[in-house]
Design a protein around this ligand. Structure first.
Ligand SMILES: [Cu+2]
Length: 200
């Protein structure tokens, strides 16, 4: 669509210029002038249609195999706050965890300048939010079933986020919609949260 507008505007320009010639009669252009004009209005390079790009992308997606996260054993689980981990920089480890209702999560400030805080649009309704202080180990007991997304406040821009599924993922569709909106907050690792949610 955009390419068509560009071409159209070139034609308009051509007629405008032709109309402004000394004689004002566009039929008096010489063959050489005509070919020069044709060269000018010819499209430059190849045109990639946005539909083609979208299609290419959608061909890739089904091939991506996402490994699902298994239920963590035991009733207490540790999540470390790290500057660097297997999954990248500024990261919770494990970033995705599946636990049982009533389990306790211990957030450990292994590296400096991190915290753990729930994102209010991405916790089950009726669940209690938490906001850990910087460099603070905190423990939370998760009594309400569903998916919780939390972040490290100073590194939210780098998508330092984590996901906990407690029991059944009853609110997964709401969380996915909210995550798509929240994505604009990430300057780096834009696809991280989406990838985490796909592991549930
Ligand atoms: Cu952090």
């Amino acid at each position: 669509m955009a390419s068509r507008i560009v071409l159209l505007s070139k034609f308009v320009l051509f007629f405008f210029l032709a109309g402004c010639g000394s004689g004002g009669d566009k039929e008096q252009l010489t063959e050489k002038q005509k070919s020069e004009v044709a060269e000018r209005i010819a499209p430059v390079g190849s045109i990639v249609k946005i539909e083609d790009l979208v299609q290419e992308k959608s061909l890739i997606s089904p091939a991506m195999i996402v490994e699902k996260v298994a239920l963590s054993q035991g009733n207490e689980h540790v999540v470390e706050m790290l500057n660097a981990g297997d999954g990248g920089n500024m990261i919770f480890d494990p970033a995705v965890i599946k636990v049982s209702k009533g389990d306790i999560i211990h957030f450990r400030a292994v590296d400096m300048s991190h915290n753990s805080a729930t994102i209010n649009s991405m916790i089950p309704s009726g669940a209690e939010s938490w906001t850990g202080l910087m460099n603070q180990d905190i423990s939370v007991t998760l009594d309400v079933e569903g998916v919780y997304v939390y972040q490290c406040d100073p590194h939210a821009m780098m998508a330092m986020v984590g996901v906990i599924q407690v029991g059944e993922a009853v609110n997964i569709s709401e969380v996915k919609i909210a995550a798509e909106e929240y994505r604009s907050n990430f300057m780096l690792n834009n696809d991280r949260l989406k990838g985490y949610l796909a592991q549930l």
